[in-house]
Design a protein. Structure first.
Length: 200
């Protein structure tokens, strides 16, 4: 993992990048930057491990389908598309600068690409791969099976916990793939790199 190379390549592609030694420093930074806003979260173990929902909820309106009342998750996902600020992680990032996400409902990949005015992508060191092909492999064969297990999906990857089977299961959670080469137009983006493993 080469933080300097990754930061340089992301910057050349037009991303704003901030780096932190640990999740506590990164959380403190985000808590300071985001104030009095409507904030939405994508499904993210990284954000959960950082305790950001609790911190930001003290002085922002925070929308997260993981915290929604049963039966209201779809409504909350829809409302998240219109938040001023959106936070998510990624499933893989290449040192060459590509950002990869795999999604089931499409709410996370769509909100990252269009809607909110400011998007923060929070990335732990375990998400970094040397190139695009290995970042995509990581997203499909490491992150996706772990997410399927977390959601108790009846899929081969969740049952065997080893790799993507490109299955046709009705419970398949890998339904949308997003690759960001550069920041999409129309919003402000900031990548938060954290020098410790976080999420899947």
């Amino acid at each position: 993992m080469n933080f300097a190379k990754l930061t340089d390549n992301l910057t050349k592609r037009g991303w704003a990048v901030s780096t932190f030694a640990n999740k506590e420093d990164a959380a403190a930074y985000l808590n300071q930057q985001i104030d009095g806003q409507t904030v939405a979260f994508g499904g993210s173990m990284t954000l959960k491990q950082m305790g950001l929902y609790e911190q930001l909820s003290e002085h922002n309106k925070v929308i997260w389908h993981w915290k929604a009342a049963p039966g209201t998750e779809d409504e909350v996902r829809h409302n998240a598309q219109h938040a001023a600020v959106y936070l998510s992680s990624v499933n893989g990032v290449a040192e060459t600068g590509e950002l990869i996400n795999i999604d089931g409902n499409g709410n996370r990949v769509s909100a990252i690409q269009y809607g909110p005015q400011k998007i923060y992508l929070v990335i732990g060191s375990n998400k970094i791969a040397p190139d695009y092909e290995q970042a995509l492999w990581r997203a499909r064969n490491i992150a996706a099976p772990k997410n399927a297990q977390r959601q108790h999906r009846n899929t081969p990857c969740a049952i065997n916990a080893d790799r993507c089977y490109d299955c046709n299961s009705p419970e398949r959670s890998c339904r949308a793939l997003s690759v960001l080469w550069c920041p999409p137009r129309g919003a402000e983006y900031e990548i938060i790199l954290i020098d410790e493993p976080l999420g899947y």
